[in-house]
Design a protein around this ligand. Structure first.
Ligand SMILES: Nc1ccn([C@@H]2O[C@H](COP(=O)(O)O)[C@@H](O)[C@H]2O)c(=O)n1
Ligand SMILES: C[C@@]1(CO)OP(=O)(O)OP(=O)(O)OC[C@H]1O
Length: 157
């Protein structure tokens, strides 16, 4: 049976934080605020995968009240989501994600993000697509207050 899932997440930009996207540290004067490393594109992908197997969301599996997730790499959390899929004998067909950010330019880092995500989920880089767009200076992403991400996945059980 084919199943589909979608995910959406937003994190606020703040000073004195690293900007981690798809497991890549991107040089920037601000980073995303969160309990974890706030890797917003990985969060959207995790929510899409959990959605596809009707397993709730990341807040349910990795509560932000739990000290063990403080500062954790979201790629490690993604690996755990991969195990949840394996347990249910679910395989990933493909993942498509969009990063919505006024800056910095994500393009130079997209290939490495795809590799990191594919490795964590034991799939190929060709099964993972990541895109980036600005919102043309409009809204909270346009004002550089935060970065959003959306993801959609297709899986098979
Ligand atoms: N943070 C971003 C935003 C966009 N890109 C790349 O630029 C292209 C044009 O973006 P527009 O929002 O002006 O349409 C987009 O297709 C991406 O390739 C990026 O790398 N990082
Ligand atoms: C990822 C978790 C881990 O504690 O923390 P945050 O980095 O705050 O991210 P959020 O998108 O708010 O989801 C909650 C948590 O699952």
């Amino acid at each position: 049976m084919l199943r589909i899932g979608m995910g959406y997440d937003v994190h606020r930009l703040a000073e004195d934080r690293k900007l981690i996207m798809g497991g890549v540290e991107i040089p920037h004067e601000k980073g995303l605020l969160g309990h974890s490393d706030a890797d917003v594109v990985v969060h959207a992908i995790m929510d899409a995968l959990l959605g596809a197997i009707a397993a709730g969301d990341i807040g349910k599996h990795f509560p932000d009240t739990d000290e063990k997730y403080k500062g954790i790499s979201s790629v490690l959390l993604l690996e755990h989501v991969g195990y949840l899929l394996e347990e249910k004998k679910v395989v990933i067909n493909n993942i498509d994600a969009t990063i919505i950010a006024q800056c910095p330019k994500m393009a130079p880092y997209i290939d490495t993000m795809r590799e990191n995500i594919a490795k964590a989920l034991k799939i190929t880089k060709e099964q993972v697509n990541i895109k980036a767009t600005t919102e043309e200076g409009l809204g909270f992403t346009g004002r550089e207050e935060g970065i959003a991400s959306q993801a959609i996945v297709l899986v098979e059980q």
